[in-house]
Design a protein around this ligand. Structure first.
Ligand code: GAP
Length: 484
């Protein structure tokens, strides 16, 4: 099956089974905004928990915060977002479609690479990087024309000029118009961490190196929103700023680059599906940056960024706020503004990684026939439900016994109860939402105190004692994969 078809299937499966819905659907939707349904919100919460455990619970020198979305407008001036949080846009006059100029050029470089023309690709990216550096928008347009880059819809080179477009959403704060102050919906959670650096350092008596982590919503007025939840206007980030001694930034950059890749692989995702990609164009705040990319059905794309942000942000906030944002390092008896290594991953993109990676259509024998089983092999720790409790029939005391077992398990595991339809059909429903284990209660349960446990991935079934269910599930569904 073509990759495009797989992706279409993933999108329709996620809607059909309550993972992701278009926002405001009964009003025909809202561009690039999505809602998470009953199963999607569980999966999303579990992804966030998995990240939080890895970053905060497993690292004694990392603490978490939850800062507000609205912040003082000067913060965005200081951070550079008011002046530089732009995308270079270009329109095709024949198709009326708008593109990011840098993405068009990067796709062309990928094409050159695929054709074995590595030098040409490198030259193109270098030239783009220099032009972006100088904010030479006419030069970018010339580069597009020169490399015969055409609009994928119209196939023509009939391009407009390149313009910069700021991605921040703004609104007004205050009850009357004349009091109103223009404020921004944060385009990244990171600034909430920077402006709380001193608060956390002092109240937590934190010693450098230390990190501050945060999960929260971010908003960007993305011009080109496509590929489902890949590029949204309202999305969620999981970010961590790690404050280090100046001069030790490179060491910690390498450390977090490796740690974050380990986190991705700890979920059992095939290594071949991941790669690092160094940034060609560094953001205004960074002296090194790399993306962790996953091979989606539409190609390798960024899931997470690791950025060495120098002392740019704290220095800027110190200057704009007039408050000292320095640290006294007792080991070297010196005051300094710390350098920062940032890890920044999109929750929604990680959600898409899990969906794309786990969606399978398998042929299974059913007597003489071959059926197609649709299954989500979601890592058990992330699955919306860990176990489904299924009485074989809904009479003769089986539902009561099943409820008894469910009551024992539900303080520890999210359980799904289902007594409707034949057992085979119920197994398929659980496969489709990624429940790793099904526990079936039958007539023998009353005699031998045992139930059947079925494994989602290999469909094996075994009899186990009711007394052991909890322990068996704990052994299978836990955070041990995060232990190094
Ligand atoms: N604080 C640094 C920062 O925000 P970024 O590379 O712009 O860096 C970090 O964003 C991550 O946030 C990305 O790797 C991606 O996973 C996610 N992200 C960014 N823009 C997004 C969007 N429009 N929709 C969904 N996720 C997005």
């Amino acid at each position: 099956m073509a990759n495009e078809d797989i992706f279409k299937k993933v999108i329709s499966h996620s809607k059909e089974y309550g993972f992701v819905f278009p926002s405001s659907e009964i009003y025909d939707g809202l561009g690039a905004v999505y809602d998470y349904g009953q199963n999607g919100s569980e999966l999303k919460k579990n992804i966030k928990d998995y990240w939080w455990k890895a970053m905060v619970q497993f690292n004694e020198n990392v603490v978490g915060i939850d800062s507000s979305i609205f912040m003082h407008p000067t913060i965005w001036k200081a951070s550079g977002h008011v002046d530089s949080f732009n995308d270079p846009m270009i329109d095709n006059k024949d198709s009326n479609k708008r593109y990011r100029a840098d993405e068009l050029i990067e796709s062309k470089a990928d094409e050159y690479m695929a054709a074995g023309n590595e030098d040409k690709a490198a030259t193109l990216l270098n030239r783009m990087s220099n032009l972006l550096e100088k904010n030479d928008l006419d030069g970018l347009r010339d580069l597009i024309i020169e490399n015969d880059i055409v609009c994928p819809i119209s196939n023509t080179k009939n391009w407009t000029s390149v313009r910069q477009f700021n991605l921040m959403f703004s609104t007004k704060m205050g009850s009357t118009a004349d009091e109103a102050d223009e404020i921004y919906l944060r385009p990244e959670t990171a600034q909430g961490i920077f402006v709380n650096f001193i608060n956390v350092q002092k109240t937590g008596r934190m010693k450098i190196p230390f990190g501050i982590a945060q999960i929260g919503k971010a908003f960007r007025n993305e011009i080109i929103a496509r590929q489902f939840i890949m590029r949204m206007r309202e999305f969620e980030q999981m970010e961590m700023q790690f404050f280090v001694r100046p001069g030790e930034d490179r060491k910690w950059y390498e450390y977090w680059k490796e740690e974050r890749m380990k986190w991705h692989l700890s979920l059992g995702i095939n290594k071949e599906y991941y790669r690092y990609k160094d940034h060609v164009k560094l953001a205004h705040y960074a002296n090194a940056a790399v993306d962790i990319e996953y091979m989606f059905p539409f190609g390798f794309k960024e899931v997470e960024g690791i950025h060495s942000r120098t002392d740019f942000d704290l220095k800027q906030h110190q200057e704009f706020s007039g408050k000292k944002l320095q640290y006294f390092d007792p080991e070297i008896n010196k005051n300094y503004i710390p350098y920062v290594i940032e890890t920044s991953i999109g929750v929604d993109r990680m959600f898409l990684v899990i969906l794309c990676n786990s969606f399978k259509e398998e042929e299974v024998k059913n007597g003489d026939k071959v059926d197609i089983r649709t299954v989500l092999n979601i890592p058990p720790i992330l699955a919306p439900y860990k176990v489904a409790i299924l009485p074989l029939v809904k009479k003769d005391g089986l539902p009561e016994k099943a409820r008894e077992i469910m009551n024992k398990l539900k303080p520890h595991f999210n359980c799904f109860y289902d007594e409707k339809d034949a057992i085979g059909k119920r197994y398929r429903r659980q496969d489709a939402i990624g429940t790793p284990y099904c526990v079936t209660i039958d007539y023998d349960t009353f005699n031998d105190g045992q139930v059947t446990i079925r494994n989602r991935d290999n469909m094996f079934q075994e009899r186990i004692s009711i007394d052991n269910i909890e322990k068996i599930l704990f052994d299978k569904v836990n955070y041990n994969s995060l232990l190094k």
